[in-house]
Design a protein around this ligand. Sequence first.
Ligand SMILES: Cc1cc2nc3c(=O)[nH]c(=O)nc-3n(C[C@H](O)[C@H](O)[C@H](O)COP(=O)(O)OP(=O)(O)OC[C@H]3O[C@@H](n4cnc5c(N)ncnc54)[C@H](O)[C@@H]3O)c2cc1C
Length: 417
Amino acid sequence: MTINRRKFIKNLGIASLGVASSPSSIFANTHSSKHVVVIGGGFGGATAAKYLRLWSNGDIKVTLIDPLQQHTSCVMSNLVLNERQKLKNLRLYYETLKQKYGVEHLKDKVLDIDSYAQKIDLKHGESISYDKLIISTGIGFKKVSGHDFRKVPHAWIAGSQTNILKNQLAEMEAGDTFVMSIPKSPYRCPPGPYERACVVADMLKRRGGGNVIVLDANEGIQAEKHTFSKAFNGIYSNIIDYHTNVKINEVDSNAREVYTSDGTFEADVLNIIPNQKANRLLKTASLTDGDWAPVDPISYESTIFSNVHIIGDAQATNQPKSAHMANSQAKVCADAIVRSLYNLSIYSFERLENITTNSACYSPITYNEASWLTANFAYDGVSSMKLKHIGEAKEWSRENYKEMYAWANNLFFDSFY
Ligand SMILES: Cc1cc2nc3c(=O)[nH]c(=O)nc-3n(C[C@H](O)[C@H](O)[C@H](O)COP(=O)(O)OP(=O)(O)OC[C@H]3O[C@@H](n4cnc5c(N)ncnc54)[C@H](O)[C@@H]3O)c2cc1C
């Protein structure tokens, strides 16, 4: 299949959500010699795989590697905790990527990458070669002494841990104490932990009261400051006890106690969300500098190895670690890769001027009300992404709560369907 150059160029600048043109055909068979391997089928990886196929008109062979049959969305997973959402509804399957766009899904785990030979090693299958590699494997956690995830779940990667925490919370009674920690920035989903504090405070309030002790490693609220300050000091002032600059020293997972720079806290339910770093594979493959993987935001190509691109939570730019942002970065990255594989410049003035990314998070504040946060970035013309606009809901509302579902469905659809 030869690529339709005009249509292909027309589609390239489009980086925002839900605006890609539909494929005119089913891309069932690929005979191209160009092969892009995508590691990690979460928000970043799934979006990149889909748009590579769309924007190359099905010419590029795309192999998506993830050990799971489907991805479970962290987005909306705090709502599993108060049983307003079921985990099974947050499962996003790879079938449409396969059937509709011709993405090949390989159910395996990548153990290492040979960036010189352009090959990856799999846990079960034989090693595979790539022309371009995209990695979107998300986060890993820094070790906390005594922390056993099965007893004290972080529930910061949606799945079995979300259900463990949900079951523990279901047993809480009036007067009980929930203790949670907030990791040092940068971490996955800046408003997410504050949102979780509100969700649990609301549950306890409806059961007759209780305590939510929030141990923040940062010097203050990291996102939606106006909203969360108002909630913590207003409707939840009798429940939420917010501490700043707290260092977690050790956890007793059996006793549900946490030893910190601010003293010892005992909990009926303990939720330690550890400090974070790029998923382990990035370090194994020597793609990190410190905790995260440095990239050039005009293509998300690693600044350490060429032909390796890193998007989503694992990369080191100043943009928030969110699913919406991973989706946005995936499109910039797919655009750059398609251009590069067809010998078109990624440095055209028109393109550089139009590199924008955006992020949005909706946060449930009460049982049926939510707030939102949005941030837009644009390429600074030199080397980094510059924050252009940040917006926050004036107040939490039922209307926002409804919009949260529409926004999430749009994001799920644009990334996986
Ligand atoms: C409670 C909570 C609420 C959130 N709410 C929002 C929100 O409202 N809005 C928003 O935009 N974001 C939200 N987020 C953040 C969002 O979920 C993440 O930022 C997003 O998932 C990051 O995408 P990613 O592609 O980098 O990683 P992920 O989506 O985590 O995907 C990583 C994938 O890589 C795979 N993988 C890992 N290692 C390997 C390997 N070695 N080989 C092969 N595959 C591998 C995993 O199986 C996984 O499928 C929330 C997060 C949490 C925890």
